[in-house]
Design a protein around this ligand. Structure first.
Ligand code: LLP
Length: 419
């Protein structure tokens, strides 16, 4: 996380001491680095510059308007999975004509809204959905651009919760059904087939599964020349890896080496839907230590963030580096005397644990801890469980920072309720 560095023992995001943010904006708080967002977007775009590529940032990974606006300003397009996400893109000034829309359960209202906005294409996940889009587009006097989302039955070897491209998963069309559809396209006069879509999982810390999936999609096109003639785009989805700990993460160029030559040879344009790899290491979550306790067996550090604020460790057993933001303020030598510590939140569940048996300095009440690599699926997966208001988000730009989402209040918690 190049833009999150310790200077004189104090964690900085770009030019800002994150301790100042914790003090002024309060904790817990998500802190994003604008420079990282821009650098990561550029790195993806550059790695894939050998072919006509539309980079659609996956809004589900981080949907804050302030973040979307930074990426939009850099020329990024967007991938959405709900009407709400499309609404956010529009609010952030994004161009709907460069939005792709996936998801197995699009409602009539969502389809209508997307057609009104004039999105680039729907990634269609079933025959029933295609018929429905055809029906709604017909009623609106429109022709809906679509890509068929193929389920390539490829194992990306990632967490079972985030494997999407195997037949046991609910996503996409099996090749048999996709074949029936493309052989019978005149049945859907109000849709135009513009692409094929694949997404195999997330994170995929290997490049070969992409090649395998693309080869299957291209073989499908070869067997269906009519579809081949209208398909302009191959969308390989998201899933590029992120360095959380010590895993081997391929560089963007390595993914590109696997993907670009294949798509180029087939004469198609490319769409990518990266989320995690752009925003994951663009943010930390800061939380303050409330209490420390030792029960004779284990040491617990209890922070003011809970699994409702960052659910990934509880949900996926995922690793986030945790470290005090200030080696100096704590007055403790962080290089020695590390203690095996469980870092936990205040929620009434044992799974409310961010790190188990983690060697940590002797932090105590008032110290601020940084939870690294929290930008992707951090805030977006947060909830108000245990009636805890959602936390604030801050965007750092060089020496400056500002709140891009206010901390919710107890009044916000009950704003839509009646007795
Ligand atoms: N496109 C589609 C169709 C997807 O389903 C996803 C992620 C992406 C793109 C973006 O993938 P990325 O580049 O971010 O890996 N909550 C989980 C991850 C769920 C991913 C869901 N789909 C986590 O926290 O690890």
């Amino acid at each position: 996380m190049e833009q999150f560095k310790y200077k004189n023992g104090v964690l900085h995001c770009e030019g800002v001491n994150v301790g100042d943010i914790a003090r002024e904006a309060g904790t817990p708080v998500y802190v994003y680095s604008k420079a990282t967002l821009l650098a990561k977007y550029k790195a993806v775009a550059d790695a894939f510059s050998g072919i006509d590529t539309t980079v659609c940032f996956s809004v589900k990974s981080c949907s804050s308007l302030g973040v979307l606006n930074v990426l939009r300003g850099a020329g990024c397009s967007f991938d959405v999975v709900s009407g709400g996400e499309l609404f956010r893109v529009v609010k952030a000034g994004g161009d709907p004509a460069r939005v792709v829309y996936a998801g197995v359960g699009k409602t009539d209202a969502e389809i209508k809204y997307a057609l009104e906005q004039g999105i680039m294409m729907f990634n269609v996940e079933s025959e029933a959905e295609l018929s429905n889009i055809n029906r709604i587009a017909g009623k609106m006097g429109k022709v809906a651009p679509v890509a068929l989302r193929l389920n390539p039955d490829v194992d990306p070897k990632t967490h079972r919760h985030t494997t999407t491209g195997k037949l046991e998963n609910k996503f996409g069309l099996d090749f048999g059904m996709a074949g029936h559809i493309v052989d019978d396209l005149p049945r859907y006069p109000n849709v135009v087939l513009r692409g094929l879509h694949l997404h195999i999982g997330s994170p995929v810390n290997a490049t070969a599964p992409y090649g395998e999936a693309i080869d299957k999609a291209l073989a499908f096109l070869k067997a269906h020349p009519k579809a081949d003639a209208t398909v302009e785009y191959l969308n390989t989805g998201g899933g590029f890896g992120l360095l959380y700990n010590e895993e081997d993460v391929p560089a963007f160029s390595a993914y590109a080496n696997e993907i670009v030559p294949r798509v180029k040879k087939a004469g198609k344009k490319l769409i990518l839907e990266p989320g995690r790899s752009i925003v994951g290491n663009a943010a930390v979550m800061l939380a303050r230590v409330q209490y420390r306790k030792f029960n004779g067996v284990k040491t617990f550090v209890i922070v003011d963030a809970g699994m409702n604020d960052l659910i990934r460790p509880a949900f996926y057993d995922s690793y986030h580096r945790v470290w005090p933001t200030s080696d100096k303020d704590t007055g403790k030598d962080t290089t020695t005397a590390l203690i095996q510590t469980d870092v936990v939140g205040p929620i009434c569940e044992s799974s409310d644990c961010f790190a188990k048996d983690r060697p940590l300095p002797n932090v105590d009440r008032g110290d601020v801890l940084a939870f690294f690599s929290a930008g992707a699926y951090g805030y977006t997966m947060s909830s108000t469980y245990n009636s805890r208001p959602r936390v604030a988000e801050v965007l750092v730009d060089g020496e400056k920072w500002r709140v891009i989402r206010k901390r919710e209040t107890w009044d916000d918690l009950v704003a839509h309720e009646t007795i």
